[in-house]
Design a protein around this ligand. Structure first.
Ligand code: NDP
Length: 244
């Protein structure tokens, strides 16, 4: 590993990605983030990382675009002097009745949640040293579907499980680990803890509470750290017991 480790967090301008970028910076890494629609939020995260004494970079890159996805990885390695940790976090929540799902929504969701993860991981593999880490943000809805309307989302997140197991085998000989962190309900713009339906989600947990974005960041930081050295091809569920 480099003395100054470098991380790239996709979708790092808000929510779980922003918390993860800040946590990895706090742990001593230089951090690049991607964003697609909120440059001012991305700039704010870059500024906060700078205040932690680390270098930071915001890259506009739409994960539904293959070449922008790959270019973001290469630009991170080029500008920050390498790449040690890739966090595939960028995501959307395309909840809809089955009858309303369009080909466009299906293709866009799979492009962001699956194709981009594979392409970014493939690109990252060209830069990652021994000890490198790839961590993708999945969902507890990948392995349990509690109601209607989330078929596409669940399908896209469950694809990460096989993808991750395959990558763990592809990259294991190089000492690179590949894992999923699967959040349950987490208080972000995507799923606010005071939103409609939040109380039902809270009641479905064992612990009786939502995740904070920092709870997910902590799991990512663990896998990215020395304690994650021998953990690969697996999923760490952080869902306050929803799937228990
Ligand atoms: P938010 O909606 O709060 O933030 C989404 C982030 O992803 C933003 O930084 C956004 O950028 C970025 N993003 C969205 N689409 C794209 C794209 N096409 N290309 C690049 N970046 C993009 O979501 P969360 O933080 O809640 O979600 C993060 C991840 O966690 C997702 O993968 C989600 O599926 C997963 N998750 C979330 C749960 C929850 O309850 N919140 C539960 C389980 C999983 P910008 O700011 O520029 O729009």
């Amino acid at each position: 590993m480099h003395a100054n480790r470098v991380a790239l967090v996709t979708g790092g301008s808000r929510g779980i990605g922003a918390a993860t970028a800040l946590r990895l910076a706090d742990d001593g890494m230089d951090v690049a983030i991607t964003y697609v629609s909120a440059p001012e939020k991305a700039d704010e995260i870059v500024e906060r990382i700078g205040k932690l004494g680390r270098r930071a970079l915001a890259i506009k890159a739409d994960s539904s675009d293959a070449s922008e996805t790959v270019a973001a990885v290469d630009r991170t390695a080029g500008e920050l002097g390498g790449l040690d940790v890739l966090v595939n976090n960028a995501g959307i929540f395309p909840a809809a009745p089955l009858a309303d799902l369009t080909v466009e929504v299906i293709d866009r969701t799979l492009a962001i949640h699956v194709r981009a993860v594979l392409l970014a991981s493939q690109a990252a593999a060209r830069h990652l040293p021994r000890g490198g880490r790839i961590i993708s943000i999945g969902s507890n809805l990948a392995t349990r579907v509690p109601g209607p309307g989330i078929t596409l989302y669940s399908a896209s997140k469950s694809a990460l499980i096989g993808l991750t197991q395959g990558l763990a085998r592809d990259l294991g000989a190089r000492g690179i680990t590949v894992n999923v962190v699967a959040p349950g309900s987490t208080d972000t713009d995507m799923n606010p803890a005071d939103g409609a339906g939040a109380e039902a989600q809270r009641q479905g947990t064992a612990l009786g509470r939502y995740n904070e974005p920092e709870d997910i960041a902590a799991a990512v930081a663990y896998l990215a750290g020395e304690g994650g050295r021998n953990i690969t091809g697996t999923t760490l569920l952080v869902d306050a017991g929803t799937n228990a």
